[in-house]
Design a protein around this ligand. Sequence first.
Ligand SMILES: *Cc1c(COP(=O)(O)O)cnc(C)c1O
Length: 220
Amino acid sequence: MEVIENLSNIRSTLPEGVELVAVSKTKPAQLIEAAYNTGQRAFGENKVQEIVDKHDQLPDDIAWHFIGHLQRNKVKYIAPFVHLIHSVDSLRLAKEINKRAAQNDRTINCLLQVHIADEDSKFGIPPKELLPFIENEAFQGLENICIKGLMGMATFTDNTKQLKKEFGRLSELYKQLQSQSHPRLNLEYLSMGMSGDYKLAIDCGSNMIRLGSTIFGARD
Ligand SMILES: *Cc1c(COP(=O)(O)O)cnc(C)c1O
């Protein structure tokens, strides 16, 4: 099957220490199973209903990554099982995740999504607001979330220079955070790089890449 071949090709080129999240959004459970059978355990989804359905159908030891925009009123559906939420970009969302994590008697690991692209997007914390966000007292009191790192999406372009600039910026922010100690932070992951730009992202310091189409084929 193609998925198996694609995964093994990608894995053979990945440097040690780079975690691969297989982005399975819109793809059927059958393809996820094929990937699972090669040993893949981390899968990424961007819709709440879809990640819930797939979690119900597929093996329990899959680590489900939520990578899309998350509405506060839907956090409760993923709170019991989600492995890592990549897209925390507001205090209100962080508070809701904290509340639902507490109700489920667990800590939910999160990444802060930073807006690095040169594109109008509503999502992501602007780089200069990242430190104030973390230092906010209300944020520091959220004891049932743990910030494991940062996530960013670069501009959709093949301009290498621009991509390097954007990834470089996120990488710098990550390093800055690493040099500080905050009660809510336990940094491990810099999540950047998708099918079109992951090699460059790794060169710029990424240790978690999110690949969909290069593994599963183009989406409709
Ligand atoms: C869809 C998606 C990906 C994967 O995109 P591909 O180009 O198919 O690899 C990665 N990250 C996020 C946040 C996504 O929504």
